[in-house]
Write a protein that binds this ligand. Structure first.
Ligand code: KIV
Ligand code: ZN
Length: 498
């Protein structure tokens, strides 16, 4: 008989902790709805006490989503739990995810406490959360490095206090798959009351073992996996949702299934990548650009004879449409709308019209428009409600001459212009920008990336700017790399807390 593995998606919490990946509430709702359509069982929507933005997002996601359980993270602190319960008030199905560090490193250095005290705090926070909701998940942070015998006592205590799910995070991504699997097996065999809860995996990828560890945990008895789209998350990231879903689909001898509609994997991956400005590495399993590209002659020959020679996954099963329509300057609005829908972005009316106009402008510059281009165009539309926008930019530069830039900004409807010279075109453009916006800000990091191939390609720029002792992340995309740089700088300024 098939058993069910619950998929707990933490793209909007652990994934969103990644520097530069922050989403606004509207974007988070878009992702949450895509996760619902994908068939995710539990959506971790945020850490409400951490910021007013997170609090509001949990409220709005709770309203927007119907079927999945909405989960909010807390520390083992009563105030956190009060705030989480308040943020979850509109959720049709709700869960509080509370917990505390249980490894000796956490107990000694983070809490300056003892194992006994931490065990008591663990039970107390679960009991407190049960006052608000029936579904309480407890996490034993750094369980990966926690002594198994002590961990079993903590798990027993939180079950007795009313936990419904117990999460065993390998917070530092340290465990070997055999160790992590043994840990879950040990808990399954040594904890009284373990049959009353679901054990959950939450593995980080610091040593590249997150998916292997999650699978080891599932095979040892865990029935919930905490995952993110594209494997994004703290440091090297979390286990990828798409990898776990496809492992279980491909290995039919494992009698465990998920509720994931795998054909929605690729559109969801593209949506998250584009909204978070986080490129997917080309060789990423399942969703990378090269995941289904056969390049060597021997492989191509085999695939032409029979795809089963080198393909264990049918691209259609993950929503990759290999007969995709090529978009050019002659493509109509309907073709663009259809392609965006395949990529997980539903657009209508004025917004579609605006993006279609930008599409035509780009198509005049580029021969062929690819998926990344149109997702960026769709993303660029987010800048329409930003306060500061780039009106125009003109730069002269060359070898042996100083670069000169003049630019115009539109700040809340008012026009400003300035010119400056600099050590290179980007320096000149940013100096001109700073003449208009006169603040103590400093460029800390600047990364330029071409999206795909040709010299007519879109360039993407990621920037970090320091202002008032805080780092702000900005993003810009344009066929003109200097304009993309200025847009990224403006994106940072638009985020300043003034
Ligand atoms: O990695 C971790 O331990 C976490 C917990 C907060 C669940 O993200
Ligand atoms: Zn984590």
């Amino acid at each position: 008989m098939q058993q069910k593995l619950f998929i707990f998606d933490t793209t909007l919490r652990d994934g969103e902790q990644v520097p530069g990946c922050q989403l606004n509430t509207v974007e988070k709702i878009q992702v949450a709805k895509a996760l619902e359509a994908l068939g995710v069982d539990i959506i971790e929507a945020g850490f409400p006490v951490s910021s007013p933005g997170d609090f509001q997002s949990v409220i709005e996601i709770s309203k927007a989503v119907t079927w999945p359980v909405i989960c909010a993270l807390t520390r083992a602190v009563e105030k956190d739990i009060d705030v989480a319960a308040e943020a979850l008030r509109y959720a049709k199905h709700k869960r509080i995810h509370t917990g505390i560090g249980t490894s000796d490193e956490h107990i000694r250095y983070k809490f300056n406490s003892t194992r006994q005290e931490i065990l008591e705090r663990a039970a107390a926070c679960v009991k407190y959360a049960r006052r608000y909701v029936e579904d309480v998940e407890f996490y034993a942070e750094d369980a990966g490095r926690t002594d198994n015998e002590y961990l079993a006592r903590v798990v027993e205590a939180v079950i007795a206090a009313g936990a419904t799910v117990v999460n065993i995070p390998d917070t530092t991504g340290y465990c070997l798959p055999s160790e992590y699997g043994d840990k879950i097996r040990y808990l399954m065999e040594h904890v009284e009351g373990i049959d009353r809860v679901i054990l959950s995996t939450h593995c980080h990828n610091d040593l590249g073992m997150a998916t292997a560890n999650t699978m080891a945990g599932i095979l040892a008895g865990a029935r919930q996996a905490e995952v993110t789209i594209n494997g994004i998350g703290e440091r090297a990231g979390n286990t990828s949702l798409e990898e776990i879903a496809m492992i279980l689909k491909c290995h039919r001898n494992i009698p465990i299934e998920t509720n994931i509609n795998t054909q929605k994997i690729y559109p969801t991956s593209r949506l998250v990548s584009s909204l978070m400005n986080m490129p997917v590495q080309p060789n990423k399993a399942i969703v990378g650009r090269n995941a289904f590209a056969h390049s060597s002659g021997i492989h191509q020959d085999g695939v032409i004879k029979n795809v089963q020679t080198y393909e264990i996954i049918n691209p259609h099963d993950v929503g990759i449409d290999d007969s995709s329509i090529v978009l050019t300057a002659r493509s109509g609005r309907a073709a663009l709308k259809n392609r965006l829908a395949t990529l997980g972005v539903q657009l209508e009316g004025n917004v579609l019209d605006r993006i279609y106009d930008s599409f035509l402008q780009l198509a005049d510059k580029k021969k062929e428009i690819n998926d990344d281009d149109i997702l960026i165009l769709a993303g660029v539309d987010r800048s329409h409600n930003r306060r500061i926008q780039l009106d125009y930019l003109q730069v002269t530069s060359g070898v042996g001459v100083r670069s000169v830039a003049s630019l115009g900004l539109n700040i809340a409807g008012e026009k400003f212009e300035a010119a400056a010279s600099g050590n290179g075109p980007v320096d000149a453009a940013i100096k001109a920008l700073k003449k208009i916006i006169d603040r103590q800000m400093q460029l800390k990091e600047f990364t330029i990336q071409a999206i795909s191939k040709g010299s007519d390609d879109m360039g993407k720029v990621h920037m970090q700017v320091e202002y008032d002792k805080q780092i702000y992340y900005g993003f810009g995309a344009n066929t003109d790399i200097i304009a993309a740089s200025v847009e990224a700088y403006i994106d940072c300024i638009n985020k300043f807390k003034l």
